[in-house]
Design a binder for this molecule. Structure first.
Ligand SMILES: [Zn+2]
Length: 117
């Protein structure tokens, strides 16, 4: 089944993943592009978390996606970009890294269109 064809807005119009623009951080709040690498000290999971804010994600406010525990991580951070606006041509924007190249869209996705509020 091609899940791409199942994504529609409330008017039953097809919606592309690329139409889902970031809404979590307003343009004026963006500080750049950052990737936080976490290693969970409870279960050992390694995971990367991207953000437009330098200090939004810290050990004490991040939950491990594997074991659900909070607060005990080795935490790394790299600034991929210091640009305060999205650069469609940059290889360092988050949309270049997520989804991971070759990923399959999963059927548990919940996708809001721009017209759904
Ligand atoms: Zn864990």
């Amino acid at each position: 089944m091609d899940h791409d064809l199942n994504r529609v807005n409330r008017n039953s119009q097809p919606v592309s993943v690329t139409d889902n623009k970031p809404i979590g951080v307003r343009v004026a709040e963006r500080e750049g592009v950052f990737v936080n690498g976490f290693i969970c000290q409870h279960c050992g999971l390694h995971f990367n978390l991207f953000s437009w804010k330098a200090n939004r994600h810290r050990s004490d406010n991040t939950y491990c996606p594997e074991c659900g525990k909070k607060g005990s991580f080795i935490h790394y951070r790299k600034a991929l970009s210091s640009k305060q606006t999205r650069d469609e041509n940059s290889k360092d924007e988050i949309f270049r890294h997520v989804p991971w190249p070759g990923s399959q869209l999963m059927n548990d996705s919940i996708i809001f269109s721009q017209h759904d509020e």
